[in-house]
Design a protein around this ligand. Sequence first.
Ligand SMILES: [Zn+2]
Length: 273
Amino acid sequence: VPEGDTIHRSAAHLSAALAGKRIVKFELRRSPRGQRPPEPGTTVVGVDAQGKHLLVRFDDGQVLHTHMQMTGVWHVYRTGERWRRPGHTARVVLEVEDGTVAVCFAAPVVELRRDVGVRVASTPAARSLERLGPDLCETDPDLDDVLARLDRLDPATEIGVALLDQRVAAGTGNVYKSEVCWTERVSPFAPVASLDPTTRRRLFETAHRLLRANLPGEPFGSARRVTFQGGLAVYGRAGRPCPRCPTRVLRRAQGRDQSLSFWCPTCQPDPPT
Ligand SMILES: [Zn+2]
């Protein structure tokens, strides 16, 4: 699961490359029939992110909605520049008047819409994404809604799995899952049922705070994530000492998708069984 801040970074990068410029070419490849791309001469108004959705807005009122999921990525090239992904995986090729070419590769959802929200989806793949929880990258996500959604999970669900569940809250990926649990001294393997309401709220508040702190301040801002003292606390640091105590950081695959969790067994003990 890509982090929400990655999608926001892509949106900022694309917006800097495209906004205010007129389209000279727009190709939709392997998209549902009946999708009519904006005509040449249409201007790109802007690009933004909602959860894992990336939205490109045009001045004819259309919105290109792409969902990145695990595989999708947008690249920006100059005319004639060699693409860094195979051409057959391109879903959208969008060229603007100054020769900039934006290419969306391998996104599972690509559709043109008239509305600007992501809640009304027009294709089956997009419909399956409607149940997205509040976006923790937003300024003021509805944490009451997040906690209500958390309550609807099987209470035996491990919190590390729940943090990645985009139906609970959108935005948290593998890196922040580990960093958030470490920050709040909660084992990623603790069942949701073992956590009191204050702790549950704190976990999602911290996810929100860390994601917001890493949103790009400028289009080509640093891609380096900072959650603790200039870097990451536990993610990718298995075998090295915990920044709070001398215990070595552990790593284990977790959940159905076997995403790696990193944690300090001293600061984040298993809950009593
Ligand atoms: Zn520790």
